[in-house]
Unconditional design. Structure first.
Length: 159
């Protein structure tokens, strides 16, 4: 089968800094209407999964080939994580405003990781990326409380 074609259908692609040529299904695109703070102009992403790195995933921008954010499901960092999505974000996501969404069933909830050169990796639990699984709309849902940190330690420091 020709490159860029899957099951007789043309597949869009992007050349990324992280994985090189990346073909993706347009229906797998995640739309973040407000972008991610600091990367506001990037509103279209795809999730890149590499089996050898699971459960780590990468949010790859389709507008900026050099922008790839490492993330993990929040439940891997804190198995008792409590959702705190604001009504405004629930509305943007197209979800029920009267309750918090159910991770894994209605939404995918990812913590963006930071890995300093000389320090312990951290996860942003204060502002996870929440993706509505039904419509593939996402937001970086910044909590209004201080229950979690944007620099929650992950794993043990490397020696």
């Amino acid at each position: 089968m020709a490159p860029g074609v899957q099951s007789g259908r043309w597949m869009p692609s992007i050349t990324t800094a992280r994985v090189g040529q990346l073909e993706y299904d347009d229906s797998a695109t995640i739309h973040l209407p407000c972008g991610i703070p600091g990367f506001d102009r990037n509103r279209r992403f795809v999730l890149v999964e590499q089996p050898a790195l699971a459960p780590l995933v990468f949010l790859q921008s389709l507008e900026s080939p050099d922008l790839s954010l490492a993330a993990v499901p929040v439940a891997l960092v804190d198995s008792e994580y409590q959702m705190g999505v604001t009504p405004e974000d629930l509305s943007l996501l197209g979800l029920d405003l009267s309750r918090q969404p159910i991770p894994g069933r209605e939404v995918l909830v990812l913590a963006i990781l930071t890995a300093p050169k000389d320090g312990q990796p951290t996860a942003n639990l204060l502002a996870p990326v929440v993706i509505n699984l039904a419509n593939r709309v996402g937001v970086q849902a910044v909590r209004t409380d201080s229950r979690y940190s944007h620099r929650h330690p992950v794993g043990e420091p490397c020696s």
